[in-house]
Design a protein around this ligand. Structure first.
Ligand code: NAD
Length: 515
């Protein structure tokens, strides 16, 4: 298995600076150092700091929400198809700056180039979807039980949407929320991950330009750079009507009750612990490719990454052997190289978490079949490059039931499909799932009401790599939120039920008589 060293920090700083400049974002002057209390923009490629940025204060947060609230009052009265023109322009700018944004995603999140470009494509796709949606925010008309009455519902803009996002999809998750929120007539205040401020600055600059070009109020988008405390201030602000928060279950446990306490709305997209069932009727060639992409791709740092393989005992040995062989040829290292398939983990803490999980799995009787070893330690001592691991487990123990945000694939075996489904659903999270089989009865059983309990259930593809057209999200500890396509837009609007009496009588509902 080949490994390749990343470019040096100075080169990465120059690349990031140039990409920011081309997107029209301010380029931080200084390298490492800078103001105390500032936010370090670092790169996982070398583990070193590129720039130090000013973090948003409490005052900055209050001002951003105030400006977004003022813009909302104007924006909500602009007809939805006209609001769509801002998002159309944003899509054009994203297309023009696809390479620049992908460059920043690779520098800041460590994604390999093709996945970074894919993430930006996802932003372009959601803009196209939202532009179409701007002419399709349909309400229903219901049959009134009273003569001479019309009963219908209308959908209205909601208010300021606070978007809190995670490091691993530094731009796509923002775009899912923002493109939809804007056509719905909301304004947005974004608190990106403290690990990916540069990509956020580039997106903010492009959206400001789109707003200016389309004559939209400038305050429809505000960016707040900072850590958890900054996110906490946004979450607690009563002027924020909807908090859309993407990140760990730990974060959701803190944010959910705080928003609920002030009767705000919350859309939670939290951690997953995704499983794939492989039956004896599976096409194993296809299964191996789907599994390796889902489990080792993005260095196991997708919320939908495959973490648990639940395979029938008749095919377990053959499938596991083939996966281990495929893992042996995965090039790890510089994510800018076209032949690299596994980039760095985001931090040394992520590497520690992976090492601890592997230790716990082995203490539970698991057998490490491949991977788990750190590489490129000499070439990039502060970075966290690791070979993806596969562990054969005797049972679904506590460590398997947790989400470890790193490339660890646990292999479990089953005898009956009922047992496989029980194992599959026997974790606290409920994001993504899949079954590999050519037997339609097995596939339908997995998709049925008593099959997979996840928000996403696939057949003959892996757990990761969703399209924007569907609603994205999961159940149980994953938080229950839905973003992106289908009717997820409803979370960003408020519904009014309207009853109009166009008769000269006043019949009361349910036949009640009064006066
Ligand atoms: P994280 O929870 O550490 O941080 C996510 C965001 O929440 C960051 O912007 C952070 O500053 C903010 N935050 C953390 N605590 C907060 C608090 N108390 N109040 C307000 N804001 C707070 O997550 P991460 O390490 O950046 O991302 C990885 C996690 O995100 C994984 O668990 C992954 O599964 C999950 N994720 C889920 C989805 C999904 O759609 N379900 C998508 C991407 C990532």
């Amino acid at each position: 298995m080949t490994t390749t060293a990343p470019p040096g920090t100075d080169t990465l700083r120059a690349r990031a600076g140039n990409a920011l400049r081309r997107c029209g974002a301010p380029v931080p002057e200084a390298g490492p150092g800078g103001a105390a209390g500032g936010l370090a923009a670092r790169t996982p490629l070398t583990g070193e700091t590129l720039f130090t940025l000013p973090a948003a204060s409490a005052e900055d947060t209050g001002r951003a929400v105030e400006e977004a609230a003022a813009a909302f009052r104007e924006w909500r009265t602009v007809p939805a198809p006209r609001r769509g023109t801002v998002v159309k322009r944003l899509g054009e700018l994203l297309t023009a700056h696809k390479e620049d944004l992908a460059e920043l995603v690779t520098v800041e999140a460590g994604k390999i180039r093709s996945e970074a470009l894919g993430e930006v494509q996802e932003m372009i796709d959601i803009c196209e979807f939202a532009v179409g949606l701007s002419r399709q925010l349909y309400g229903r008309t219901m049959a009134s039980e009273r003569p001479g009455h019309r009963l219908s519902e209308s959908w209205h803009p909601l208010g300021v949407v606070g978007v809190v996002s995670a490091f691993n999809f530094p731009v796509a998750v923002w775009s899912w929320n923002t493109a939809i929120a804007l056509v719905c007539g909301d304004s947005v205040v974004w608190k990106p991950s403290e690990l990916t401020p540069l990509t956020a600055m580039a997106c903010d600059a492009l959206l400001r330009r789109a707003a200016g070009d389309s004559g939209a109020p400038d305050g429809i988008h505000r960016l707040l750079l900072g850590g958890r405390e900054c996110g906490g201030r946004l979450v607690d602000d009563p002027r924020v009507a909807l908090v859309s928060a993407t990140g760990s279950v730990r974060m959701g446990r803190e944010v959910g009750p705080r928003v609920a306490a002030r009767f705000g709305r919350c859309l939670l997209e939290l951690g997953g612990n995704n499983g794939a069932v492989v039956t004896p009727a599976a096409d194993l060639d296809l299964a191996v490719r789907g599994i390796v992409f889902s489990a080792a791709g993005t260095a196991g740092q997708r919320c939908t990454s495959l973490r648990r393989l639940i395979v029938h005992e008749d095919v377990a040995d053959e499938l596991t052997e083939r996966i281990v062989r495929a893992y042996a040829s995965l090039p790890v290292g510089d994510p800018f190289r076209d032949d690299t398939l596994v980039g760095p983990l985001i931090s040394e803490q992520a590497l520690d978490a992976m090492a601890k999980a592997l230790e716990a799995a082995q203490a539970d009787g698991g057998k490490l079949l491949t991977g788990g070893d750190r590489v490129l330690r000499e070439q990039a001592p502060a970075a966290a490059y690791v070979r993806p691991a596969v562990v054969r487990m005797p049972a679904q123990t506590a460590v398997v039931r947790e989400e470890t945000f790193a490339p660890v694939l646990y292999v479990l075996t089953y005898r009956t499909l009922e047992e496989a489904i029980e194992l599959h659903n026997g974790v606290p999270q409920g994001l993504s799932s899949s079954i590999f089989t050519r037997d339609q009865r097995e596939a339908e059983r997995f998709l049925a009401a008593d099959g997979s309990d996840c928000g996403i259930a696939n057949v003959n593809i892996g757990t990761s790599g969703a399209e924007i057209g569907g609603a994205f999200g999961g159940e149980k500890e994953t938080g229950g939120g839905r973003e992106s396509g289908s009717d997820a837009w409803r979370a960003y609007m408020r519904r009014a039920t309207n009853t109009v009496n166009f008769s000269d009588e006043l019949p009361l509902a349910q036949g009640v008589s009064f006066l």
